[in-house]
Structures are given as C-alpha cells and as structure tokens.
Design a protein around this ligand. Sequence first.
Ligand SMILES: *Cc1c(COP(=O)(O)O)cnc(C)c1O
Length: 416
Amino acid sequence: MFIGHPRPVKPMGRYVSHLECAYTGKRYQPGAVHTVSDDGKPIVVKYDLEAIRREVSRESIGESMESGFWRYSALLPVTKKENRISLGEVLTPLIDLEGSCEILGSRPGSVTVKDESRLPTGSFKARGLALAVSMAKELGISHLAIPTNGNAGSALAAYATRAGIITTVLCPDNTPEINVRETQIQGAKTHLVNGLIGECGKIIADGAPHIDWFAVSTLKEPYRIEGKKTMGLELAEQLGWKLPDVIFYPTGGGTGIIGMWKAFHELRELGWIDCEMPKMVAVQSTGCAPIVRAWENDDEFAEFWEDAETISSGIRVPSALGDFMILEVVRSSGGFAIAVTDDETLEFQNEIGLRDGLLLCPEGAATAVAYRRSIESGQISPEEHAILFNTATGLKYPLPEVDSRIDKEMVDYTKF
Ligand SMILES: *Cc1c(COP(=O)(O)O)cnc(C)c1O
C-alpha cells in the first residue's frame, strides 16, 4: 500500500483531444502550429473531458501549489512543465462594492469586482499571452509579433522575453505612451506606426513571407482563449464551485467573454458545477459598439465600426474576428449587450474610487455604469449577484489632477 504517497503526476496538456474551427467545426491536429481555420475563423482547443473527469478532481485543484491559474493545467494545452512561462501569477481577488451601493443601485454584497489589475503587467492580458507564449515555446516558435493599442503588447513582451522568444510589437502612434514604454522596457522591439491597429496587423501579415515571425493577434491563434478561460475557472472555484447570476464584461476582441463561457461549459461537462449559467453581458462604449449594434439588430456578425473613439482603449475594437462567437455567448446565456458613454465611465471611476477606495480602469468602470443602467431598465434585479470585471490597473490611465496646494511657510488650517 502507498498510503500518503503522492499520486503520480499526470503530464499536463495530455487531455487535449483536438482543435476545431469555431464556425464550421472542422478538426485540426494538436501539436502543430495553427493560425485561423481554412474558413478564416478562430480555432478553439477541445479536451477529452471524460478522461479529465476520471483522473482529476476539483479538490485536487484546490490542493495545487502552482502559481495562480497554472493550477488549472489539466484544462490547459501546455504539455511540458518546463514550457510554462510564469511571472508569478496570482488568483485575482473578489472585492465587494459596499460603499458604492447608492450610485450602483445595488444591495450590499450584490456587486463584486473581480480585480484583474493584480496580474503581471497590470492587466488580464497576462492570462491569454502567458498561454500563447508557453505554447509558442512548446511549438518551437522563435519570433512573435503583435499589433496592439494597449495592454496586449506589454503582456506579450514580458512573457516572451521571459521565454527567450524575440518579440516585435507594432503600435498605432496614438497609443498611450505608458503602454508603448512598458512594452519596450520589457524586451519587445517596439515600433510606432502612423496608422490604425488594423494597419499594424497588415504590416505583420504582409511581413510573414520575409520575416519568420508568428502573429499572436486576437483570436488568430488558438491559445489566448485558453488563457482567458482561466478567469471563468478561477471565478467558479472562488465562489465554491458556483457561478454568479450575471457577469458584466468589457468586450473588445471578445477573448475573455468567449473564454469564460467555454470554461463554464467545460466545468459543467466535468460535473464540477451544476448551477445555472450566468447571464453574460457584453459592455462596450457608445464610441465603439459594433457588438451592441449587432445584438440589437439580431445579426450573426458585427459590422465594422467607423471612427471608433473612446477613453476605454481596451474595448476600442471596431471589428472582432470572433464577433459571431461573442454574440452567441450573449444570446445563449440570456444576457445582453450594452453601450455606455465615456462621461459616465469617468464619473463612475471617480465615484467608486471615492466611495470604495478601489481604482478601476475605464473599461472596468464601464461595467459599473452598465450595471447601473441594467438595474434602471429592469434587465437585472438588485437581488442578483453580479460580477464586474476590472480588466486592468487604473494606474496606466490619466487621473484627475490634485489642485490643492499648501504653502509650508503659511499653513492655513481652515483648508483641511
Ligand atoms: C483587451 C482589453 C479588454 C477587452 O478584452 P477582450 O477579452 O479581448 O474582449 C478589456 N479591457 C482591457 C483593459 C483590455 O486591455
């Protein structure tokens, strides 16, 4: 008998059964380099959930000593432990917004923020790019390239540098300076382009015959979704293998909302959860709301949004390759899509900071505005448990100035 003996450790990633086109279902081989499917649509990873059900328990996840989301390795595609690239990921905290009930229209305990700002590079992009880079390492890719106007570039830079992989990042020249600089200092060859993100993407695509780089643009490779999926796995575990009633998610390219929905389905098939699925709410800005427009028109795909403009740069995505997947998640979950203004977003960012001491990024604050609007319209009730995703640190964005000055020679105590 081997009482107390540790159970043999299964190699990770051994549960991937195949990859498939998210639109047509056409199958692809795991273990090979893939971009989009033959139909130009995203490719997703499929697992042998029966085998996982037999061999892995949800209790064993809780006992894992792995850093952050790597505890879910049975449900991730990386095969060899040495290919896992880590920068000290944490399980991101759940924080109730108690002080902001009045402006949110909520009850104490009914609104919880999942605060993704605590991840390496200060945003949840770390999840997706940690997986994309780990798989690139596993597949022997030596140069990665990405078009970005924000957090994806710095997350890629950090993880790829850690992995010893060369990275080229192309940013539109109006990308916030902080994002460009953090990307460069974390080891990426960083270039400013006098064009939009789509044009940066085109430079990378056109360069492929000349330079042996691999593009990790949103949903143009299969693994960023797997990383973002861990938001859903983590949330379920943190809530005691239960799910909230509704999730408000700031939606740009849609990797997160698609990934979480995939996570919930996998957990349900594994029998690790048996609760109702949450309503998934895609939050966008009125200055760039292609998904909201398509949802309202009941369209299968979203049309390109002209002249996209919003302070919430993470959701300034005029055209998403996975538009049909986002819309499918919203519809099949009984959720909805909603657009909010930048003015309201800044107001809520400010108010929540003042009332709850929690600094949200604009994208996160946008979900708080969307929550308030949905309470007002009756689309959800204050009895429901809502999760708001704060996808990045507010510290990367401009903040209101402090205008009070004190003269040390003439301190006026009536000012305090
Ligand atoms: C990228 C990004 C988003 C949108 O993420 P998707 O999952 O691609 O929709 C939201 N917020 C921030 C801060 C981002 O950087």
